[in-house]
Write a protein that binds this ligand. Structure first.
Ligand SMILES: Cc1ncc(COP(=O)(O)O)c(C=O)c1O
Length: 263
């Protein structure tokens, strides 16, 4: 398996990052996860746009053009000879110490691995989720500082749930540990507007489903008629149980079924 580290193709086993890298020492890095669909990088432009936004927010300059990044990914896919892949770009401030100022030599890593999608049956039955009170710092930035995410995900696993729904300290739902979330209430599609990573699939669904961004409180969950989560890897995945209680009648609802077809 090959990776691209700072523009050079290397065997993953031989690709090394210094122990002084800020990404390792301080979680001082941003990233993107993409996937291929029928061999093409899905929503590539949208992912690069978000990577640029994340990088700008934390003051790290992306050292390559969009064209160069696309070429790196395409060559890497060819070299790794996988059919459908998950692609990850990680950009750290490099070895920069506690200065955190303008970046001289960022670390830029591209990895691919064969994609593992959620089992097909989950799209028929829906998944269970649990709520967890925690806030992601700088929620609009896709950063490797993931301890809150990890705490939420570990809690979900402990409860045998597929995902954790993040709730802020005012009782508002934001998103999930690694996905965005949508609900149907009174027949209308809604999604949280506060503290949300603007997911690429979320944006597609908002457009296609004419969803309204609004405040959604944890206490309103029992009133929801349908629910689903979205991400690059999961697509549109129905949720039929929240905190041990059925959503609606416990089956995948018609609005969710319709939107599952768009990804
Ligand atoms: C916190 C968080 N929210 C939402 C998403 C979904 O984003 P996308 O649809 O771009 O994969 C992710 C993806 O990993 C995420 O980590």
């Amino acid at each position: 398996m090959y990776v691209v580290l700072n523009g050079k193709f290397k065997e993953q086993k031989k690709a090394v990052i210094p122990v002084t890298d800020n990404g390792f020492l301080y979680g001082d890095a941003v990233y993107e996860t993409m996937r291929t669909k029928d061999g093409d990088v899905w929503l590539f432009g949208k992912h690069i746009k978000r990577l640029k936004k994340s990088a700008k927010a934390v003051g790290i300059k992306i050292p390559y053009t969009t064209k160069e990044i696309r070429r790196m990914i395409e060559t890497l896919i060819e070299k790794n000879k996988s059919k459908e892949v998950r692609i990850r770009i990680t950009l750290s401030r490099g070895s920069h110490g506690l200065d955190f100022g303008p970046v001289k030599k960022p670390t830029f890593l591209v990895q691919t691995k064969p994609i593992v999608l959620p089992p097909e049956t989950l799209y028929e039955t829906g998944v269970s989720v649990v709520t967890y009170t925690i806030e992601r710092p700088m929620p609009k930035v896709k950063s490797t500082s993931m301890l809150p995410t990890i705490a939420a995900y570990r809690y979900a696993r402990k409860k045998n749930a597929f995902e954790a729904v993040l709730v802020d300290h005012r009782g508002r739902i934001s998103e999930c540990s690694m996905s965005n979330i949508f609900f149907v209430r009174k027949g209308k599609l809604i999604t949280p507007k506060h503290n949300v990573l603007e997911g690429t699939v979320r944006n597609l669904v908002i457009k296609q489903g004419k969803a309204k961004r609004t405040t959604i409180k944890k206490r309103d969950l029992p009133k929801m008629e349908e629910c689903f989560i979205t991400s690059t890897i999961k697509g549109v995945l129905p949720v039929t149980n929240i905190n041990g209680k059925c959503v609606g009648d416990g089956n995948v609802g018609p609005i969710t079924k319709n939107l599952m077809k768009i990804v």
